[in-house]
Write a protein that binds this ligand. Structure first.
Ligand SMILES: Nc1ncnc2c1ncn2[C@@H]1O[C@H](COP(=O)(O)OP(=O)(O)OP(=O)(O)O)[C@@H](O)[C@H]1O
Length: 492
């Protein structure tokens, strides 16, 4: 074992490890004597080992060297190293009597190694040189792959950032009805300014979605900081908004606290449910808007802030102003631009678009293939009043997707609907194909035909001959249609 230790320890002329030069003599002697044991050791080393004498004649060439350079031991041993490697380091280290470590080398195209070489001494006399070549081709390849992966990741990261940006902005807001588009266009128009915006609409109509989109589109470099005025106890709202100075009150944090207004510096402060802002707080907010300054509770210094306020409410602020429960001056200050969001029941045309998008989103979230909404269900959606607006629709669809998943259903049919959503009884849509498309012209015509038959039967007080006359069709045709639409059992 000591023999291999000698090989690695020979470095310098006066090496502490090899004071007598004994190891080197052993190496050369053994190599000359074809020592099998040492050969096994040297051959099991994964680095290429070359030993030359002081005339640069190759004395030893291990198996790893044969493999690395494709040159057999019998061909190289006994030859001058430069015959095979014109730029070999070994003649240089022998000439300079100097060690080199970790020299990067590319002996062939697409192969890379690191070479360390040292002169060898025996009893203080130069006798040759040894080089150790480590193949780093795999490392280089891995590094190249890693760097490629890293740059791919960078590209993906950029795409994700762009997608996220879009996702939080106006492209996330769905709806094509004219009233709704007007609101979107107004929001887009004012987004890039610093004008304060008041968004009014029932709960779940998308006020917060709009506020975020306006902030994202505004290009303001600061944060979007939301605060829900109705969720905050009266005693806390002031310190939440304005922050407090160190030791401002018992129980306060030692170091004080930054308020939301200060946090929103250069960004947007979203005051949700502004109608619930306590009256005593309203002049304080107004002062921030007018002076652009905020003073912490218990603090003395005022801090300059540049904030844009977007406020939202589902209450009638105008009425509140008249009743004196909301300050007029603050109302006018917030109301520079007023965006009214219509309730969902006033934009029923948007229901299929919203419903389909929510189904897609939740199917993806729950790892399902996209499920179809049956025409009957879509019909029920369109009939429903949606007191909770878009939020209610989204929640109901999530629930339906979960039911469909648990019951392995292939579509969102009436069985997945919650009880509070009414399905039209015995309509053609019920008896028709569940998978039919509500925009299919044949489907629409069939429904119109069914309605005409029902009306005629009502007008004729269920007298089929009279109804056939009203419809101007033969009696036999009327019988056929009554049967087709499931009306022959006296439903009318
Ligand atoms: N037009 C829309 N397109 C897509 N999603 C919408 C739309 N409107 C609302 N949503 C979604 O409905 C949910 C409720 O919206 P949001 O919280 O913005 O309503 P809100 O008016 O602020 O409600 P609240 O007054 O109760 O706070 C959210 O999940 C939102 O993403």
């Amino acid at each position: 074992m000591t023999k291999s230790i000698y090989i690695y320890s020979i470095r310098e002329k006066q090496s502490d490890y090899e004071p007598s030069g004994k190891g080197l003599i052993i190496i050369f002697k053994i190599l000359d004597e074809q020592d099998k044991e040492l050969e096994v050791i040297l051959d099991s080393i994964k680095d290429a080992i070359t030993i030359v004498d002081k005339d640069c004649i190759t004395k030893y060439w291990n198996k790893a060297a044969e493999k690395m350079y494709g040159i057999s031991r019998k061909d190289i041993v006994g030859k001058h190293i430069r015959e095979f490697f014109p730029s070999s380091l070994l003649p240089r280290i022998i000439k300079e009597e100097k060690s080199y470590e970790n020299i990067y080398n590319s002996p062939r195209e697409s192969s890379f190694n690191i070479i360390s070489a040292s002169p060898l001494y025996c009893k203080g006399e130069l006798v040759g040189g040894l080089s150790l070549d480590r193949d780093i081709t795999d490392h280089i390849r891995t590094a190249e792959l890693l760097s490629k992966a890293r740059s791919n990741l960078d590209v993906l990261q950029q795409e994700i950032t762009a997608i996220n940006k879009n996702h939080s902005s106006f492209s996330m807001i769905l709806g094509n009805s004219s009233k709704f588009r007007e609101a979107v266009n107004l929001a887009r128009d004012v987004a890039r300014s610093n004008i304060n915006v008041l968004i009014c609409g029932e709960s779940g109509t998308g006020k917060e979605l709009f506020a975020r989109a306006i902030h994202m589109e505004s290009g303001r470099e600061g944060l979007y900081v939301p605060i829900n005025c109705s969720a905050m106890p009266n005693e806390l709202i002031e310190s939440e908004l304005f922050g407090y100075a160190a030791g401002a009150f018992t129980g306060a944090l030692k170091e004080g606290r930054t308020g939301k207004i200060e946090l929103a510096h250069k960004g947007t402060l979203f005051l949700d449910e502004i109608g619930d802002m306590p009256l005593h707080m309203q002049p304080k907010i107004l002062r921030v808007l007018e002076d652009g300054e905020v003073t912490k509770v218990g603090g003395e210094k005022s801090i300059k802030v540049n904030i844009r306020i977007i406020a939202a409410t589902n209450r009638n602020l105008n009425e509140m102003v008249e009743k004196g429960t909301f300050r007029k001056d603050l109302y006018y200050r917030l109301n520079s631009v007023l965006i009214n969001l219509p309730p969902l029941r006033e934009r029923k045309d948007d229901i299929p678009l919203l419903a389909n998008r929510f189904v897609q989103n939740y199917c993806m979230e729950y790892g399902l293939n996209i499920l179809n909404i049956s025409p009957q269900v879509m019909d029920a959606f369109i009939q429903h009043n949606w007191e909770g607006n878009v939020r209610e629709l989204a929640n109901i669809i999530e629930r339906m997707v979960v039911i469909a998943k648990n019951n392995k259903l292939s579509s969102l049919d009436v069985n997945t609907l919650p009880e509070n959503i009414n399905v039209k009884k015995k309509s053609y849509k019920d008896s028709g194909d569940e998978n039919s498309n509500p925009y299919d012209l044949n489907y629409i015509l069939a429904n119109a035909e069914r309605d005409a038959v029902v009306n005629a039967m009502k007008m004729a007080e269920n007298n089929k001959s009279a109804a056939a006359k009203i419809l101007n069709i033969p009696r036999s045709t009327l019988y056929f249609k009554l049967q087709k639409y499931g009306l022959s059992d006296g439903y009318i």
